[in-house]
Design a protein around this ligand. Sequence first.
Ligand SMILES: Nc1nc2c(ncn2[C@@H]2O[C@H](COP(=O)(O)OP(=O)(O)OP(=O)(O)O)[C@@H](O)[C@H]2O)c(=O)[nH]1
Length: 196
Amino acid sequence: MQQAIHALILAGGQSTRMGTDKALLLIEGKPLLYRLASQTAAFAQTVTIAIGSPQRESLYREALGDLAPQVNFVADQFPGCGPLSGLHAGLSVIADGYVFVIACDMPQVSAPLLKQLLSKIDSGADVIHTADQPFHALYQARIAAQVQAALEAKDYRLMGLLNRLHTIELAPLEGNRSDVFTNLNTPEDYNKYTAE
Ligand SMILES: Nc1nc2c(ncn2[C@@H]2O[C@H](COP(=O)(O)OP(=O)(O)OP(=O)(O)O)[C@@H](O)[C@H]2O)c(=O)[nH]1
């Protein structure tokens, strides 16, 4: 069965540890958000950014420049509830198919990870993830209602949600996993990454 593949970038956090908006950090002269939108647009039918607060849209449009018209921006319906709220907001506006979810503080879409996840889409599972990082994974758009139920119950744990869904957990990715799952949470993370 042919499955549509979409991308969802979670970008509604507070960046407290970084002290400045992580989505706008410059890597090789481009904002992180721009890099991820461009990398995901290369394989995804649509790219959605879960921006948290609607006030961020104009700032992020500016950061995306020429890519902005290709991107959907969606605000959280459960503000302040963390990444699960961003997952909910994104899945709610995507009609069907699988959604590749990535955090805005991850500097790189990993081709090997994507390939491993996509190898299982014929299963039709609700979620396909590796043992490394269950949020950075493929989610069926149709599970938006279950994510909403978890948020309404104030249960913000991803593992609690996954336990109620049909999931496929793949073995940890081989090779240097820090390349794939690196995320930039602090100024030290950013300085180290950009110095490499
Ligand atoms: N849409 C949305 N995304 C969120 C929310 N909270 C976190 N995220 C995103 O989820 C990813 C992981 O977030 P964290 O690093 O745990 O939190 P953060 O708020 O970004 O950073 P800290 O304030 O330093 O904890 C990042 O891409 C965030 O932008 C939220 O409430 N809504």
